[in-house]
Design a protein around this ligand. Structure first.
Ligand SMILES: *Cc1c(COP(=O)(O)O)cnc(C)c1O
Length: 415
């Protein structure tokens, strides 16, 4: 038998220069890439356990929490989502998922796979839930867990969460939220808002590559996780696997993950060292600039992009008052072929903007301003290129309308 060999050895990785202005992933901050090129150390080297402890401390500040149980789950954002849900939900538990976009459907799907009894409520895409509607559903469904996305990139909406934790606590419901798209670019206060579990990823406002999922868990959430059956070092007891308390995933068993990060340092996986270096640097960058200053930078860049697309005469999708700072959805003018304009943005200008899913497919583009790209030159270049691509694609657009409107928000240089 001959072993297939590639006809020609591919060259080293040398990606084209791109400005990633879609809904994520975005360009990683060069500092994060530098941190990720550092050499590895052993899993239990004091240097490594020291980095792990520092990373926990940094993410407590990012999530605004005192939760001891603040760690990284290795994997993309949905690794954090899956870990939270399979570890907090027993088969047969009632889970309430208010769905206002694609990622609400994902939470519901994962809860179903965890064999929960899943109840959903929905609002049309482009809207968020009034708090009273969530409370009424909690009273009706009586779930053990509320799973609610904060910012859903599929619709750009930012669900207000500040009153949800108090309602959940009053009804004895655990409150889990997916903050992947919003954390770092929009207000989030785990403790002040009474959040029991929050998960994120690096590739949106945190300014890193995908592949690490920060998570924080309240004492109430840790108590639920600790009450479940545990397997240590792969040795299980008779009947464990059939018990409803048994977490039906090894990789995502938060009890085991917390034992690995905690003082016992019980081996579970091998921590993804390079991703940890990256996650640590993402948090360091934000805290150095200041958490509130970073959110404000996202607010200004988002406001400038919004003003810019409106200045180009484009209509914005959804309830703009509840839009995330870091992404805007614009309706594709009927005079152009949406995919042709997007392709021109990429191939002629090296700028990536996003397409859309589900009910919005083919109807809107999504423009992101997040992480290191939430800055003036990136916004202005994107608007200038979009104006040209639209005009060349057959739309009539006000000359300079996008850049001028954005410049007004930023306070441009007089020329
Ligand atoms: C982008 C996004 C994710 C991404 O999940 P990955 O596994 O990292 O691809 C998850 N949740 C929300 C709300 C997002 O916007």
């Amino acid at each position: 038998m001959t072993v297939p060999v590639p006809p020609a050895l591919p060259g080293p990785i040398d990606p084209p220069a791109r400005l990633l202005m879609g809904p994520g992933p975005i360009n990683a901050d060069p500092r994060v890439l530098r941190a990720m090129s550092a050499q590895l150390v052993g899993q239990y080297d004091p240097a490594m356990t020291g980095y792990m402890a520092e990373t926990q401390e940094l993410y407590r500040a990012i999530f605004a929490t005192r939760n001891d149980a603040t760690v990284l789950v290795d994997g993309t954002s949905r690794a954090g989502i899956e870990a939270a849900i399979v570890s907090l939900v027993r088969p047969g538990d009632r889970v309430l998922v208010p769905v206002f976009g694609r990622f609400g459907h994902l939470l519901a799907e994962i809860a179903e796979r965890a064999m929960a009894e899943v109840h959903t409520i929905e609002v049309p895409w482009g809207q968020v839930f009034p708090v009273s509607v969530v409370e009424e559903a909690i009273e009706r469904v009586k779930p053990t867990l509320l799973a609610l996305v904060q910012g859903d990139t599929s619709t750009t909406m930012n669900q207000p969460l500040d009153e949800i934790g108090e309602i959940c606590a009053r009804h004895g419901v655990l409150f889990y939220t997916d903050t992947t798209a919003s954390l770092g670019g929009n207000a989030f206060e785990a403790d002040a808002w009474g959040v029991d579990a929050a998960t994120a990823g690096l590739q949106k406002c945190l300014g890193g590559p995908s592949g690490s999922a920060p998570i924080t868990l309240s004492e109430r959430a840790v108590a639920v996780i600790s009450s479940r059956k545990k397997v240590e070092a792969g040795i299980r007891e008779a009947g464990d696997v059939d018990a409803p308390d048994f977490v039906r995933s090894n990789y995502f068993d938060l009890g085991m993950i917390l034992d690995y990060w905690g003082p016992r340092r019980l081996n579970h996986h091998t921590e993804a060292t390079t991703m940890l270096y990256g996650a640590r640097e993402c948090a360091r960058i934000i805290l150095e600039e200041g958490r509130d200053a970073v959110i404000e930078r996202h607010r200004v860049a988002g406001a400038a992009m919004l003003a810019g697309v409106q200045g180009l005469g484009l209509s914005v999708f959804g309830d703009v008052a509840h839009k995330m700072n870091n992404v805007v959805a614009v309706e594709i003018p009927s005079t152009v072929v949406g995919d042709a304009v997007r392709a021109s943005m990429l191939s002629d200008f090296g700028i990536e903007i996003g397409t859309s899913f589900g009910p919005l497919h083919g109807k809107v583009w999504r423009l992101g301003t997040m992480g290191v790209n939430a800055r003036k030159d990136a916004v202005l270049q994107t608007l200038a290129a979009l104006e040209a691509a639209l005009r060349r694609g057959g739309a009539s657009v006000p000359a300079g309308g996008g850049v001028d409107a954005a410049m007004d928000v930023f306070g441009g240089t007089e020329v």
